[in-house]
Unconditional design. Structure first.
Length: 196
């Protein structure tokens, strides 16, 4: 009987312990379920925040890629502008060089033009002088022409006199030759006559 009572007390104690354990476990389970629900809520919040952060990161990555592309495009445009500026500088340098050369050529042309104008003025003065001298010569030539005309008349007269003189000279020469021949013949006759 004692054994049964002992066993009964043991079973009661065991039941009380199991009941207490069950009550504690039930409380723990409730607390765990509450904590799980709270964690699930926090997880949903974190998941939502994660999705938002993911969207923000993707948006920032897209913006970064776009910014990078924009920077690349800007750098490319900058390089093109620098190249164009270098070309413009080179063109300006060449234009300045060409302008300086043109200025030198222009100066040379001006100097040549001045020299030509001076030469033309000189030639003009010489021409005016020559025309003046020609006018004087024409005036003198007019007088000389008259004098030449008179001289030609005198020359014609002299030529006629000379022609008559030459004709007379020829006649005299012929006469002289005839006389000489006659004298020579007479001389020979005399020599024969006198026995020479």
């Amino acid at each position: 009987m004692k054994d049964m009572e002992t066993q009964l007390r043991q079973q009661q104690n065991l039941y009380s312990a199991v009941r207490n354990d069950r009550t504690g476990l039930s409380k723990s389970l409730t607390e765990a379920n509450d904590e799980i629900a709270d964690l699930k809520g926090k997880l949903r919040v974190l998941s939502h925040q994660f999705d938002q952060l993911k969207e923000e990161v993707e948006a920032k990555e897209a913006a970064l890629v776009k910014e990078s592309q924009l920077q690349f495009q800007l750098q490319k445009e900058k390089d093109e502008v620098v190249a164009q500026m270098d070309k413009v500088k080179s063109d300006v340098k060449e234009m300045k060089k060409a302008a300086a050369e043109a200025e030198r050529s222009h100066q040379m042309v001006k100097e040549r033009l001045k020299a030509t104008e001076d030469e033309l003025d000189k030639n003009k003065k010489l021409l005016e002088k020559a025309l003046h001298e020609r006018a004087q010569l024409d005036q003198k030539m007019g007088k000389s022409t008259e004098e030449l005309h008179q001289l030609k008349k005198k020359a014609v007269v002299q030529e006629r006199v000379l022609a008559r003189g030459e004709a007379q000279y020829k006649v005299l020469v012929k006469l002289l030759i005839c006389l000489l021949l006659k004298m020579l013949i007479d001389c020979r006759k005399e020599k024969r006559t006198y026995g020479f």
